[in-house]
Design a binder for this molecule. Sequence first.
Ligand code: ADP
Ligand code: MG
Length: 929
Amino acid sequence: MALTHPIGMSEPEPPKDGDGRVAPIASGEAGRVTPMMEQYIEIKAANPDCLLFYRMGDFYELFFEDAEIASRALGIMLTKRGKHLGADIPMCGVPVERADEYLHRLIALGHRVAVCEQLEDPAEAKKRGPKSVVRRDVVRLVTPGTLTEDTLLDAKRNNYLLAVARARLSSISEETRFALAWIDISTGEFRITECDRLTLAAEIARLEPSEIIVSDALYSEGDLAPYWRSLAAVTPLTRDVFDAATAERRLTSFFAVATSEAFGALTRLELTAAAACVTYVERTQIGKRPPLSPPLREAASATMAIDQATRGNLELMRTLSGERRGSLLDAIDRTVTAAGSRLLAQRLSAPLTDPAAIAKRLDAVAAFVDDVALRAETRSRLAAAPDLARALARIAVGRAGPRDLAGIRDGILAAAELARALGASKEPPAEIEQAMQSCRRPDGMLAAELSAALAAELPAFKRDGSFVREGYDKTLDELRALRDESRRVIAALQARYAEETGVRILKIRHNNVLGYFVEVTAQYGDRLMAVPLSATFIHRQTLAGQVRFTTAELGELEAKIASAAERALGLELYIFERLAASVIAETEPIKDCAEALARLDVAAALAHLASERDYARPHVDDSLDFVIEGGRHAVVEQALSKDGTPFVANDCDLSPPPPPSPPPQAGEGWMGAGRIWLMTGPNMAGKSTFLRQNALIAILAQMGSFVPAKHAALGVVDRLFSRVGAADDLARGRSTFMVEMVETAAILNQAGARALVILDEIGRGTATFDGLSIAWATVEHLHDVNKCRALFATHFHELTALAARLPRLHNATVKVKEWQGEVVFLHEVTAGAADRSYGIQVAKLAGLPASVIERAKIVLAKLEQEDRAAPKGFEDLPLFAAPYKPSAAMQEAAHDLITALNPDDMSPRDAMEALYRLKEQLAKTPKDS
Ligand code: ADP
Ligand code: MG
């Protein structure tokens, strides 16, 4: 398409091509930098780590290397336009209308994007002279952790930005503390916690942030550097962002409060992390202020610690293959709102440890279990409530559309209705009572105003106009009438021109380049260009099949329409801003209400799940009990029920054995410890399922959900570990056995009396005797040192002998039945050890050739015979023969040293010295005496 008269150029210098796109750089002589390129280079230099989306008319253009990266990532055409210092400039562009889609893909690929807009009308620039460039600047950095758009976000997931700050405790200690501050700018949540090096990875795994910010120094520090690089989207930032000295000032000025005491007593380190978050928000949002809540501190001890391997292993949020389907979250999610779904995920990833707080959540679930009608009404009202938090966030940062205003209105109305419905229930539990009050908080007048202002059908963008209801604003109605009237006049004009020219197919059409024009097919072109018609019709453009004209009358009309339409849109945008401002004025109550809706959704959804799947309310207290009757695996049960297969329920009891009688002497404080169940049984019997189901029940109970069991009484679990032997972790480049051992070491070093440990087939990754020895020593350590509740599944039948020596070790097995030479899995857990492994029967089941099975049976019989001929008691194993015991001399020396200490009178330095003396003493005394 070739233009004979280029018109309406938005830029003084570059010519436009036919689709309204602007060529960036006039192909000036080699070596000369055009003023626009100068501007581009300057802006790009200020944002070197971002792809620069440079706004030109209806496109965002990318140049140079950015263009190459984006064209490859997005599969869009790379073109060359103009020259810079003698070389072609690579360029590609995305239409503004579809920018979200492209942003989404770039962000998902780990890029950051700086969005640079035109800050004035090109006409304004032109007034300054023909060579002047439209003012432009970056209005926002788009990074994975700072998104607000629905199209860029997963409705069911929080999108966290996490700041990690670090401090060394003292110069003599290598121990470091970390503060974590995380925000979701799309909902306003803001939390802080502290942790140490050991739990850092677990905390990050819990939060699953989309983006992590750390200081340059921390990013490149020794043993942490590989860790950061193994995570997606870690952004190292200059030191000033993590500067402790200015942290408090930055934080308080963001929230416009006088002192950080307004947020409770935060440590200096916590302040540093929190300040890094707000500074990053300010830098990426550039002048826009998302509605962040003040930072809320989460005590590390308030939630169950679950490390990354355990989360993956138990498939809490996603399966081992990375999908949500098949995870525990997916199996229990019955929420009806996106905010509810997000809250459920949060609770599942951070089960509580305070029995009172757990009971409060369970009370709310119980209320909805009991009142079926109320639950149904609550859920249907909630389903009508849009995502208030995210709509509010977009309004606050100026990225909202008319539908967000409608969302606020509908959310407020649904909440008010819900509060009314809940008000009818008698004696609601505290959780529901509080939620009810929050639902009533937003101003009803606001909803009424929004209802009056917004049209029934709403466009996606405010720039599309026509979202203000007719009759709401008199001036607007007048402008619209004028605009529409003129359109009718155009239709009449077309009819008149057709009549006057005798060209029946004459059309008046519109496009962005020419505005309104008269169009006829090529055969009539000459007629309009000849006297007398040429007096009226002015030729504009000749295309292959059509000829286009303008007329003086059309020009006038166009100006009138344009001004009416423009003023109408301007007025609509003004009304939009006014409405947005009144929404922003209600930020606090609306956020509070949004959170209440999410809590109600979660409570009602868990109740729905409980009655649908027959879950029971767990009893959770401060004991070390762990009694589950008729427990089931939440996910496996649902999967099996789809094929109509029943799940076999099983009991589990890891509670400490009853105190000895008579009880130990007064004052000694008898402290029981939980049991360990050692599970043996053939492959496919259901050991792994049983292990996991008990861990899942503990998680569900502590997150405040009913549980898949007949009855459950649990003492709070403070740490949960779950490991599977020989996990295939080749992707990370470590031998599987190494991984297994590293992870087992973490458990043995960290698990305390309140922990729950699940070990599945540990020791499988190495030669039999190694594996057996390690498994053996691990069980002993868990029993004697960790003293935690544990479930240990193993194929080493030899371990069952340990039960004779370890009083809290309990053998359990999953029953199988042999029937006509076939093995039948009953999936029933009972006390005792498996008598044999049934490996050959399982092999037969798997379809090994009959000849192989027969041969294996013969070999087995022979091996068993030899075994009997030369009995090998377990006392013969080197493990048994050499139990570890400190020597008497060593004990005595240590005893003397320790009794001489008086911890209350010691300075940290004294304590250090005492430790050195103890070590010295140990080195002096021989190990065996
Ligand atoms: P193991 O660890 O002993 O080899 P798994 O726990 O992997 O066995 O279980 C094997 C299969 O048996 C599971 O995939 C499941 O389908 C089925 N299964 C396990 N436990 C039960 C149960 N309690 N009721 C019904 N089916 C079960
Ligand atoms: Mg297994």
